[in-house]
Design a protein around this ligand. Structure first.
Ligand SMILES: C[S@@+](CC[C@H](N)C(=O)[O-])C[C@H]1O[C@@H](n2cnc3c(N)ncnc32)[C@H](O)[C@@H]1O
Length: 820
């Protein structure tokens, strides 16, 4: 930093250094100058006249030449179309910056000033400088003016903001602008006086990470009074004339990512000071649940304030505490759950349940044509595997269950299900070729040992391709048939890019999608699509929990912000991504069983947050019919290779979805965003539909027939099996935490839930408890639910505690922990 040039120094700052008439004196001084006509229309000469007054007559609290230069350089780089300054005083910074904005091609400069006399001085000098066409002076308190300008539509967004007013209001006004989306990715902030007199709360805020800001937002402290770190002089600087003004309390937007740095310089009096330059480079929604909670919070004040999830940056202690609390919760509910368990056993003795009676009936000697088969279901630790195992059991078959489990520790809930005749541990694939072979071999061994007729693969995403390998191996070496695609089909459906290409080749709609293997390519595509106004989401092609759920909409308004966002992603040939068009509307998911290209069972439902609630769409609704037709066309495209579970995630344009509710025959444009060539948890909706087994799964063992599509003239079209009285599904452990425990804890916080909000959640919980069905619990097979909450999860939490594994979310139904 260059030395301060004493020759330019303003006069000494006095005890009273403003609002003592010097501002009007300045006006007389400037307008009284002999060369006033020469000055008129020339911003630099007006500034020189102001500087002359401040050097030779009285000190003025202007930004001054040195710090002013930092900001004008920034203006020529950022080229803001709209710039706002908070605190205009006599118009020095306003004239300096508005001139720079005009030279950079900008259109509007708002100077917000609370004092009407100062405002009049600004307007007069701005007019003298010839900048009135660009500058609008707004009189009033900054927060009030910002809100008014926003409401009347005058100020929707700023490209640059200069903060130079009441020091405690820097942070609160910034948060207000974030909340109103006036400050968004691309906005650049310049804050004056961060050294003299200093502004610790503001610096702390703009230098915090998203995780820190989320945490602070959750603590939501009272910000209506100046922070205690401001000295009395600063906190009461304007108290003389202005009545005590409460600071604005705003939520802000903690998801905004800032890059901030201090540039040291001098006050015009020579006192060292600095300007903090802060660029908003993006929005971080990496934790989708937090994001959803946040969106909900901002738009619907009646919805719960879900606590922020822990992230990788959260302390080890916070993660450890989270695990300990959940283990304690399991202990707390142990007596009640054990009572429910034994009560269920007692009832079982007294009452014949439809499920078990059905099994007894089909297996009785009177049913001559029934031949029980041996069915292997892999993935019985997850709800979907458990549901299928139980359905095969009800249908009278012998069920062998398998899943990953540590040696000698029977922790998976499916292991203890009454529906399972024998349980086997699978070798976990580890990404290596040997690991995959070990996994396939372990399935083959079970098939041989148990003489399995049908293998129903219900595994998770991590072994998707290995299941394809196991199918090829088993069908080649044994007589066992598999409800599973071969490797090529699995890969084609599983991998986002090939799925999109294949869907396009079938003439079906897909959201605009680009495969991205470099940052340059991402930026090129985003700039190409900018004129169309479409927004895109960047999705990693493989599995990476740390970037899963990043819903940042790209491109940002400013090219530099888009660049900054993309620069943080790891993109390369070996880590490819896709840019997928964002469709604004509801999401739906489907589950189907396909046998040789024919859809044998089908259900569709709205995609609930975290996929923890399921409610089937009526099969005759237009949305369900459209999704079925899509699935049928897909399955029929390659009958030979289409035997397996097939589920899609669809987006539907909001208006289409609304119209579809009124018109059952409407043809809806579906945007498939993902295909999962495996069972979906929505299979739980078939819980009371055991005929899906005979009509669907067992047909895999039959001789092939020619399938006929819905709508064709073929009289032999057999509609798929839909869930019977599907009911609505939830998982009690999940809802107990999100609808009871968290809202109750939130009640105890200062800015937490109100009683009304909390009771709304309790009401939801009670509704689910009495009228919905738990995805794991069955009165005739109660042990898996008990095992899930008192063996499986406590084991996982204890393991995380011992191994320091940091997780942000868990999915009770798939038993997956999402690392962070
Ligand atoms: C340091 S001076 C601004 C100097 C000016 N930016 C310059 O460099 O030429 C601060 C100004 O902010 C104004 N101010 C203080 N609190 C304000 C508020 N809440 N809203 C708007 N203006 C405010 C004061 O009246 C004062 O004129």
């Amino acid at each position: 930093m260059a030395e301060f040039d004493q020759k330019k120094a303003y006069a000494q700052q006095e005890e009273v250094f403003f609002d003592d008439g010097r501002e009007l004196e300045l006006l007389h001084f400037v307008y009284g100058k002999a060369d006033i006509e020469d000055i008129r229309g020339n911003p630099q000469k007006v500034l020189a006249a102001i500087d002359e007054f401040a050097r030779t007559k009285k000190y003025l609290m202007n930004v001054g030449e040195d710090k002013g230069k930092i900001v004008t350089n920034l203006i020529s780089e950022v080229k803001p179309e709209t710039m706002v300054e908070l605190g205009g005083y006599i118009g020095y910074s306003c004239i300096l910056y508005a001139d720079a904005v005009r030279k950079a091609g900008g259109k509007r400069y708002f100077s917000l000033e609370r004092d009407p006399v100062f405002g009049a001085v600004i307007a007069s000098l701005v007019d003298l400088a010839g900048l009135s066409d660009l500058v609008k002076v707004i009189i009033g308190s900054s927060a009030v003016s910002i809100k008014r300008l926003h409401t009347e539509g005058t100020l929707k967004h700023v490209d640059m903001m200069f903060l130079d007013h009441y020091k405690p209001a820097y942070k609160t006004d910034l948060k207000l602008c974030e909340e109103l989306k006036i400050v968004t990715p691309g906005t650049v902030l310049a804050a004056d006086n961060v050294i003299a007199p200093g502004n610790p709360p503001y610096l702390e805020y703009v230098r915090s990470s998203v995780a820190e800001k989320r945490k602070a937002a959750e603590a939501s402290s009272d910000e209506s009074n100046p922070d205690a770190r401001f000295g009395d002089r600063t906190a009461k600087q304007y108290a003389n004339r202005q009545t005590e003004e409460k600071l604005q309390q705003s939520k802000g937007n903690p998801n905004l990512v800032y890059e901030s740095k201090l540039i040291n310089s001098y006050e015009p009096s020579g006192v060292p000071d600095g300007v903090e330059i802060t660029r908003c480079t993006g929005e971080d929604y990496r934790d989708q649940q937090t994001w959803l909670a946040w969106v909900v919070k901002c738009h619907d004040p009646v919805v719960t304030r879900t606590p922020t999830m822990l992230t990788a940056e959260s302390s080890r202690f916070a993660h450890a505490l989270q695990n300990v609390k959940l283990i304690a919760l399991s202990f707390f509910f142990l007596p009640l759950d054990t009572f429910v368990l034994f009560f269920s056993y007692a009832i079982r003795i007294l009452v014949a349940f439809p499920a078990t009676s059905h099994r007894a009936r089909v297996r009785s000697t009177y049913t001559r044509y029934f031949e029980p088969r041996t069915v292997l279901v892999t993935g019985v630790g997850m709800t979907k595997g458990l549901v299928l195992a139980r359905l095969f059991f009800i249908a009278g078959h012998n069920v062998i269950g398998a899943d990953f489990e540590p040696p000698f520790l029977p922790i998976t809930c499916g292991h203890v299900s009454r529906s399972i005749k024998a349980f086997h541990r699978l070798a976990k694939p580890d990404g290596t070729r040997e690991g995959s072979s070990r996994y396939c071999q372990s399935i083959l061994d079970i098939v041989r040992k148990e003489k399995v007729d049908l293998w129903v693969s219900c595994s998770g995403v991590a072994s998707a391709v290995e299941d394809g390998q196991a199918k090829e191996m088993i069908e080649l070496l044994t007589k066992c048939k598999a409800v599973q695609y071969n490797v090529a089909t699995t890969q084609k459906l599983h991998e986002k890019h090939s799925f999109t290409e294949y869907t396009k080749s079938l003439g079906l709609t897909v959201p605009e999608t680009h495969t991205i293997t470099s940052k340059t390519a991402a930026l090129r595509v985003l700039e190409d699509v900018r004129p169309s106004g479409k927004k895109f989401i960047m999705k990693f092609i493989g599995t990476d929990d740390s970037v899963r759920g990043d819903m940042t909409l790209l491109p940002f308004d400013s090219v530099s912000a888009t660049k900054a966002h993309i620069s943080r992603l790891h993109i390369s040939e070996s880590r490819p991504w896709i840019l997928q068009q964002f469709i604004d509307g509801p999401e739906y998911c489907t589950h189907a069983l396909v046998v040789r290209g024919e859809v044998k069972a089908f259900t569709a439902c709205p995609s609930a947050e975290l996929l923890m609630h399921y409610e089937a769409l009526p099969p005759d609704s237009s949305l369900s019919r459209n999704m079925l037709r899509f699935t049928q066309e897909y399955a029929a495209s390659d009958p030979e290779n289409f035997t397996g579970h097939l589920s899609f995630d669809f987006l539907v344009d909001r208006k289409d979805a609304e119209r579809a509710q009124r018109d059952p025959n409407m043809v809806v444009t579906l945007y498939p965003i993902e295909c999962n060539p495996r069972a979906h948890t929505a299979v739980a909706l078939f819980n009371s539909t055991p005929e899906m087994i005979e009509k669907g799964y067992m047909s895999v063992l039959e001789e092939p027939t020619t399938p006929v599509k819905e709508g064709s003239n073929g009289a032999s079209y057999t509609p798929p099996v839909y869930p019977h009285q599907p009911g609505k599904y939830y998982w009690i452990g999940h809802d107990l935490t999100t609808c009871v425990i968290l809202p109750t804890l939130s009640l105890l916080k200062i800015h937490g839930n109100s009683f009304g909000e909390a009771f709304e959640h309790f009401g939801t919980f009670l509704e689910h408890l009495f009228f919905w069905r738990d995805g794991t619990y069955e009165i005739w097979d109660p042990l898996p639910a008990w095992w899930l909450y008192h063996v499986y999860w406590p084991f996982q939490f204890a393991k995380s505690l011992l191994t320091d594994f940091k997780w942000s979310r868990i999915n009770v139904s798939t038993t997956k922990m999402f690392g962070c």
